[in-house]
Design a protein around this ligand. Structure first.
Ligand code: AP5
Length: 206
């Protein structure tokens, strides 16, 4: 199974991917997480990536595509979390023969609430939420907010999402591999819904 998880910033792509990868033993590639790791380094490339992320912009297409192609080489069970993010990126990885695109949708107001309460564990890369996915008390002190979860950057990320990423919905609909999931429930409800839809899809197609 080769799956893409698509959705606006903060729609829960990472949260769903983590659970799916664990349960179905899929390789989980979060390109955002990879880029954040790279951005922490004090190299020329790291600094450049940091500037894109902190502005809420996409990194250059060639870089994103190169990372993905390298990471999934010789693999056939994976989840691409946050890639592709534009039709241009999607066209460059047509050869991956993606089976399914899970599109998580929910209203923008909900997404903003999720992003403003998000907490990141810099040690494990795991994500929590102050209200919806409270972290264990013993790690509270080390948790941080992502720099790109600042309201100004969130606004920019949405602009980029609407302009660059949203057209992917039609693109994958035309290919008849898009599954729309209502992601407005709590994390458990959303995951159950994903699994239910996935099971239906597999039953019908295989
Ligand atoms: P990335 O890290 O991928 O950011 P994003 O797409 O904006 O998505 P997020 O990570 O913000 O949210 P998510 O949908 O994973 O939600 P999460 O599960 O965390 O990318 C960051 C940057 O990297 C980009 O802006 C760009 O610069 C660059 N980049 C990445 N990919 C690129 C590409 N392909 N090309 C070029 N550049 C690229 O959940 C959010 C919060 O809500 C959490 O606190 C979580 O605990 C909580 N939550 C989750 N589900 C629920 C629920 N059901 N109910 C209540 N709370 C919930």
């Amino acid at each position: 199974m080769k799956i893409i998880i698509l959705g606006p910033p903060g729609s829960g792509k990472g949260t769903v991917s983590e659970q799916l990868a664990k349960e179905f033993k899929l390789f989980h590639l979060s390109i955002g997480e990879m880029l954040r790791k790279e951005a922490k380094r004090n190299t020329q490339a790291g600094k450049k990536i940091r500037r894109y992320i902190e502005k809420g912009d996409l990194v250059p297409v060639q870089l994103a595509v190169k990372i993905v192609k390298q990471k999934v080489k010789n693999k056939n069970k994976y989840l691409l979390d946050g890639f592709p993010r534009s039709v241009e990126q999607a066209r460059k990885v047509e050869d991956l023969d993606i089976d399914l695109v899970l599109y998580l949708h929910l209203p923008q107001s909900k997404v903003i609430e999720r992003l403003s309460g998000r907490l990141l564990d810099p040690v494990t890369g795991k994500t929590y939420h102050k209200k919806y996915l409270p972290p264990p008390k013993n790690i509270l002190k080390r948790l941080v907010q992502r720099k790109d979860d600042h309201p100004k950057v969130i606004k920019e990320r949405f602009k980029v999402y609407n302009k660059e990423t949203k057209p992917l919905i039609k693109y994958y609909q035309k290919k008849e591999i898009l599954l729309s999931i209502d992601a407005s429930g709590n994390p458990k409800q959303v995951y159950q819904l994903v699994k239910k839809n996935l099971a239906k899809y597999i039953q019908y197609n295989y």
